[in-house]
Design a binder for this molecule. Structure first.
Ligand SMILES: *[C@@H]1O[C@H](CO)[C@@H](O)[C@H](O)[C@H]1NC(C)=O
Length: 305
């Protein structure tokens, strides 16, 4: 009985989420959803009937599709997707002693990454080349921050081992990227690290820093590495910032790395990040892509030396 109740509850939440995301996706196109949005929790159905315009019609179809799918078998999956979403949105509060919890977060992040990495709904393709593809999507938070979700793929002439070695060398990373102000390792335990990364002011963005766990999982020829922000009480970087710095949040970022040839790897990245920026996506999406392209070029140059 409880399961059924919880299932129905999850369906309702999912339904509301479809509305919320629909609203965000369409905000840019100038749709006014205020009236639907206002009392969405209490009288969604009444509101739906009250609006006959084509916009609502379109989205009714979405909900019908959704209801058709909503049998109890799919319910499991919806609960699963909801809990993955909750996990991504949650920034765990932990201490440096809780390495077991950190590994657990790492494992869950690997599972979450596997679940989100193939879902392309709502993503805009900004560039498609043989060796570089880039998609982006934005979601607005209640505080009006624009969360950018990027997906991109690229190849490097190297092996997984050399790639991992390269990624672990934070000094090298810093020396290769002018915009990095500090890159510090605060914990290392097998395939788990806690890193602190601080960027200088870049174009429209004042300094930002991140505190996150990095966790990697090797499976045969493949490797997954994930990063996720954490909150740690009284955390102090080794090197203090000279300027005021905003703590940005890596909700979930991860790389899926495959050895596709003897000396060639293919990397697929998913990166969902709240930079605490309110700028409209049209103003930032090309810049985000260009930053990633520059990074890929640095990596390629390094491995092609
Ligand atoms: C890999 O190496 C080949 C041969 O040197 C080069 O032509 C190619 O551009 C390189 N690819 C990448 C992704 O660096």
């Amino acid at each position: 009985m409880f399961r059924i109740y919880s299932c129905i509850r999850q369906l309702l939440i999912s339904c509301l989420n479809i509305f919320k995301y629909t609203r965000v996706e369409n905000a840019e196109k100038g749709y006014q959803m205020e009236s639907v949005n206002r009392d969405i929790e209490s009288n969604m159905n009444a509101e739906l009937r009250a609006h006959e315009d084509s916009f609502i019609q379109n989205h009714e179809n979405k909900i019908e599709d959704f209801e058709n799918k909503a049998n109890f078998q799919d319910c499991e999956q919806i609960i699963d997707e909801e809990s993955i979403r909750q996990f991504i949105d949650d920034i765990p509060h932990i201490s440096f002693q809780q390495t077991e919890q950190m590994k657990e977060i790492g494992e869950r992040a690997v599972a979450a990454l596997n679940s989100v990495i193939d879902k392309m709904e709502g993503f805009e393709l900004l560039e498609e080349e043989q060796d570089f593809n880039f998609w982006i999507k934005y979601v607005e938070t209640p505080e009006k921050y624009q969360i950018g979700i990027m997906k991109y793929t690229y190849t490097l002439n190297t092996t997984i081992d050399s790639y991992l070695e390269f990624m672990k060398d934070l000094q090298l990373q810093k020396s290769m990227d002018n915009s990095i102000d500090a890159f510090e390792k605060h914990l290392e335990d097998m395939n788990l690290q806690i890193n602190y990364l601080r960027y200088k002011k870049i174009m429209f963005m004042d300094p930002r820093d991140f505190l996150y766990i990095k966790y990697s999982d090797r499976k045969g020829d493949d490797c997954i590495e994930i990063s996720k922000s954490i909150q740690v009480d009284n955390f102090q970087p080794q090197e203090l910032s000279a300027k005021q710095c905003t703590r940005a949040v890596l909700l979930l970022s991860g790389n899926l790395i495959k050895q596709i040839e003897e000396n060639k790897i293919m990397i697929t990245t998913y990166s969902e990040c709240n930079m605490k920026l309110k700028l409209k996506p049209v103003m930032t999406k090309q810049a985000s892509k260009n930053e990633i392209k520059k990074m890929v070029k640095r990596y390629r140059d390094h491995f092609n030396l």
